[in-house]
Design a protein around this ligand. Structure first.
Ligand code: ZN
Length: 134
């Protein structure tokens, strides 16, 4: 894994949180995107090298809606940038980690993504992401 690509934060109201994080970070979100497969609307902020992703559920059965119902708003996942997501998925499986999706799927911000079950990582949901080449 190369570096932390972004930190995902679950929020109840994206519009309000976009405003809050713009004031907190001193910069506005640079993109907002609906990821239908995950049932979320996301927005991204950049501060220096770092990115923050805010996630609001678009439906009741969205994983983010369930997360907020159980644990409240807050840090939802940590995403790591990888060069070869398939190789990294094979490596993690060989190490005994449970992957939440068998194949990489298209995530927000032009990425292929795969999630690692939080039960295998001290309660932390880990996302692998690889930039999709144009
Ligand atoms: Zn993410």
């Amino acid at each position: 894994m190369n570096k932390i690509e972004h930190i995902g934060i679950a929020v109840k109201n994206l519009a309000a949180s976009n405003d809050l994080f713009a004031r907190l970070l001193g910069t506005a979100a640079y993109k907002t995107e609906i990821v239908e497969s995950e049932g979320v609307t996301t927005s991204f902020f950049k501060t220096g090298e770092n990115k923050i992703e805010l996630l609001e559920a678009t439906r009741e059965d969205s994983p983010v809606a369930k997360f907020i119902a159980k644990r409240g708003e807050g840090i939802h996942h940590i995403a790591f940038e990888v060069d070869d997501i398939h190789a990294e998925m094979r490596r993690l499986q060989a190490e005994g980690f449970t992957l939440l999706n068998a194949e990489p799927k298209r995530g927000a911000d032009n990425k292929l993504v795969c999630f690692v079950h939080p039960k295998d990582a001290n309660g932390v949901l880990v996302e692998l992401c690889q930039e999709i080449e144009a």
